[in-house]
Design a protein around this ligand. Structure first.
Ligand SMILES: [Zn+2]
Length: 281
């Protein structure tokens, strides 16, 4: 598998070459494709994709992704040593940025989604009919969901994060771990101060850590926290308020202790009637 990557967008989008390469490998592995293909991917702006959309699809509007399949003869025998061109994927980075904002997740997530979507089109998947759409979207979820982390694995990360705690006053170490939909984990631990009110909790540090790495609300899949407590370690009121704003309501929260106790809860359960931006209107 080879990826031919051209970036006409901002220089920061060069980083997607690596990411798309990894995603291509994931798609091929997932579908059990052994043939050696070349995939062309080109990142453009809204103006360019609008021209392509108008010329090839009679649709004079910018769109997010367009795929051109070059090779669609299923009966042709393929020699594995000469890579065949599978086709070209054109992605508008401006559209990706707009949609990331709209869906409340990172540009990274949106670009990955658009690439995998375009790739599946090249491989013959479609979403014109409902049944085909179910198959294609399920595949996208499986590929982009990546390594679905087990609840216990995330709790283990939270327990490990306790080692980063700075808690000379309370000696109460708390660890937290935020899991993103693409399988990344961001850690946090409680950091104390001799001026006591300045102490910061593990859960907020983990969430802020994730956000500092470009994670957005819609990217968060779960949060775990752990401490050496009798029952499952519960987040404080301040952290509940922050969680209610920075995490999607659907993301589970795992409260754990060191003895293997894990209780799953949710924002709604932890903080009904949370203060939100709606209250400021
Ligand atoms: Zn807290």
């Amino acid at each position: 598998m080879e990826l031919d990557f051209i970036n006409h967008g901002p220089a920061s989008y060069d980083a997607f070459e690596n990411q798309f390469s990894n995603l291509t490998e994931k798609v091929f592995n997932h579908l059990g494709i052994k043939e050696n293909y070349i995939v062309d991917v080109i990142i453009v702006d809204n103006k360019s994709i609008q021209e392509i959309n108008r010329d090839y699809r009679k649709n004079d509007k910018p769109t997010d992704v367009i795929s051109f399949a070059f090779f669609d003869d299923e009966n042709e025998t393929i020699s594995s040593d000469i890579p065949l061109s599978l086709g070209q994927i054109v992605i508008s980075y401006e559209k990706a940025e707009e949609q990331a904002k709209e869906f409340g997740h990172s540009v990274n997530r949106e670009m990955s989604f658009l690439f995998v979507h375009g790739m599946l089109h090249l491989l013959g998947y479609d979403h014109m009919k409902k049944n085909d759409e179910i198959v294609m979207f399920q595949l996208q979820d499986e590929i982009l969901g990546g390594h679905k982390m087990e609840k216990n694995e995330l709790v283990t990360k939270a327990i490990e994060a306790r080692e980063l705690s700075y808690s000379p006053y309370s000696k109460f170490k708390v660890g937290a771990a935020v899991l993103t939909t693409d399988g990344k984990v961001f850690l946090g631990a409680n950091i104390e101060n001799s001026a006591y009110p300045l102490c910061m909790c593990a859960e907020r540090n983990a969430l802020y850590n994730a956000y500092m790495h470009g994670v957005k609300k819609g990217d968060i899949a779960a949060l775990a926290l752990a401490a050496d407590t009798e029952g499952p370690c519960a987040p404080c009121g301040a952290c509940r308020q922050v969680m209610s704003e920075l995490m999607p309501k659907s993301a589970p929260i795992f409260m754990a202790n060191l003895k293997g106790l894990v209780q799953e809860t949710s924002i709604d359960e932890l903080l009904p009637f949370a203060f939100s931006e709606d209250d400021l209107k």
